[in-house]
Ligand binder design. Structure first.
Ligand SMILES: Nc1ncnc2c1ncn2[C@@H]1O[C@H](COP(=O)(O)OP(=O)(O)OP(=O)(O)O)[C@@H](O)[C@H]1O
Ligand SMILES: [Mg+2]
Length: 514
């Protein structure tokens, strides 16, 4: 009985609406005095027999039939309720969703309760009568959710309840969302047919902070920092700061900078926007790209020292074969010319990108720069406040090795661990190299053999490092000796020049005396 309450309410509503309609038609034939009484009592009648209020939420918001965000949020919210109550469900793979969405079927009803108040939701589908022939008969189909509730609860339902539904629905959509890795397109493609500033692929990198080889203390500090940031909406609003945070990841190649970005994305459930600065023509384009990134995204600029010459101009320049170019067709030639032109993205443009007032639009965002050479960067770019957190990713320590041993070999301890600890303390080896050695070469290779391979690799690296150090020392000594020799020769030359002058002076005097 209660299950179809919304529908009953709707039917009762339509009966009363029909009575009202008849009254309105006859009303015009009545004398003025009588009209007053008809209006008064018809409204009382409606109030008496129909104590419910109905709100409808249309699927499409505009003439382009774009889906309403509110409708989608209601759909997600109701999918959790309806999948256990409703008998007829519809399964569909929603756009950007990583799993099937189970939603109530057309004309099904769901009862919901909030602060002891009962409300009823119905999904209504309307197919307008076809008056003309169409190849796409389904395109005119219109859907909406109808919410019915008692008028006594008007304030609670239109206020707190709807806010709760939309918030919970959006959270479910975000949790179910498929994450994306976006890369920026060259600007000549932005305005072509279906051209967009960013192209994306599904992001399914398996790296997490659990699998990341890093000292546990450092890891915990970074994870806490990220979680604090994601919960910091009110805090950032209170201190009057845009809700964004900059991270600078630096360290030698193969120490896990890119892996950490993937782990950040997996932890925060943010999309990654990998910004390739070498294809951005100028600061205006940079700004447009940034404005096009949504909330909950990580904007990444990898190898920042290589992307931008910090005096203002691009380092990377294409060498062109002019003869070959002359034979190419003019459109291709123009595109290549545009591509090869040095970019006008400047350091100040990049600083504006981080600090600018428009960088706050669209909510929470992380900006991550990576570099192998932190000393090469302009201090202005990485000062605190711009890059809030500087994280050094360095060579593999024993704690980091233990994470890799757990990931790759399911080992918590082993008799060879002590040797490895000692060797890692004496040699610089990147986590990438350690990981490579821990990977079995064949299906039959066991953990013992992998650890022995690693020990051998570290010992070889140690010998190599010693040999290099000796070579460097020898070349330094040779350079010093050469320098000393050159200085000595210079001194001797000077001395002989002086002696010659002296000698010439004396013989001239002797001649004068004569
Ligand atoms: N700290 C780490 N934890 C787990 N795996 C790691 C770590 N560092 C490196 N690796 C492994 O090594 C590979 C290369 O690492 P990654 O690409 O993250 O290095 P990088 O610091 O970004 O190097 P580059 O400076 O060359 O970009 C990864 O695929 C990963 O398997
Ligand atoms: Mg990298």
């Amino acid at each position: 009985m209660m299950m179809r309450m919304g529908e009953m309410g709707a039917q009762l509503g339509s009966v009363i609406a029909s009575v009202m309609f008849v009254c309105t038609i006859f009303r015009q034939y009545l004398p003025l005095q009588l009209r007053y009484y008809v209006d008064k009592y018809s409204h009382k009648l409606v109030k008496l027999f129909y104590p419910y209020i109905q709100i409808t939420f249309d699927e499409n918001t505009d003439e382009f039939r774009r889906r309403s965000e509110v409708y989608s949020a209601i759909q997600s919210y109701l999918s959790t309720k309806s999948s256990t109550i409703v008998r007829r469900l519809k399964a569909h793979d929603a756009k950007d969703s990583k799993s099937l969405v189970l939603a109530m079927d057309d004309n099904e009803e769901v009862t919901d309760e909030f602060q002891g108040i009962k409300v009823w939701w119905v999904l209504v589908k309307r197919v307008p009568q076809q008056t003309s022939f169409s190849f796409y008969p389904q395109s005119d189909e219109k859907k909406h959710y109808k919410l019915t509730f008692h008028r006594h609860h008007r304030d609670v339902v239109t206020g707190a309840y709807l806010e709760h539904v939309i918030k919970a629905g959006k959270a479910i959509t975000v949790g179910n969302r498929q994450r994306k890795l976006n890369v920026n397109n060259p600007s000549q493609n932005w305005y072509t047919y279906r051209g967009t500033m960013w192209s994306h692929v599904v992001f399914e990198h398996p790296a997490t902070f659990e699998t990341l080889a890093l000292h546990p203390k450092k890891k915990e500090e970074i994870v806490n920092d990220l979680i604090k940031f994601s919960k910091g909406k009110e805090y950032y609003a209170k201190i009057g700061k845009a809700w964004k945070r900059g991270y600078l990841l630096y360290g030698p190649p193969g120490t896990g900078k890119s892996t950490m970005i993937a782990a950040m994305s997996n932890l925060m459930n943010y999309d990654v926007y990998d910004l390739e600065l070498t294809t951005v023509k100028d600061n205006t384009e940079l700004r447009k790209l940034l404005i096009d990134t949504p909330s909950k995204s990580i904007i990444v600029i990898e190898d920042i020292d290589c992307s931008l010459d910090l005096t203002g101009q691009r380092k990377k320049k294409k060498e062109k074969d002019e003869e070959d170019n002359e034979e190419k067709d003019p459109v291709k030639k123009k595109m290549e010319k545009e591509e090869s032109q040095p970019s006008k993205v400047t350091l100040s443009g990049l600083l504006n990108f981080i600090d600018g007032i428009w960088s706050a639009c669209g909510g929470e965002r992380l900006i991550v720069f990576t570099t192998n050479y932190v000393d090469k960067l302009d201090p202005a770019l990485i000062r605190r406040g711009r890059m809030d957190k500087h994280i050094e990713l360095s060579y593999c320590c024993y704690e980091a090795f233990k994470v890799l041993a757990r990931n790759y070999l399911d080992l918590e301890s082993h008799e060879l661990f002590e040797t490895i600890e000692r060797l890692l303390g004496e040699t610089n080896m990147t986590p990438a190299d350690v990981a490579e050695n821990l990977m079995p070469n064949s299906v039959t290779e066991d953990a013992d053999s992998c650890l022995k391979n690693l020990i051998e690799a570290i010992e070889t690296a140690k010998k190599e490092a010693r040999r290099k150090a000796e070579e460097e020392e020898a070349s330094r000594k040779a350079e010093e000796e050469a320098k000393l020799k050159a200085e000595k020769e210079e001194e001797e030359k000077e001395q002989s020049a002086k002696d010659e002058v002296k000698c010439n002076g004396t013989s001239a005097k002797e001649e004068d005396v004569k």
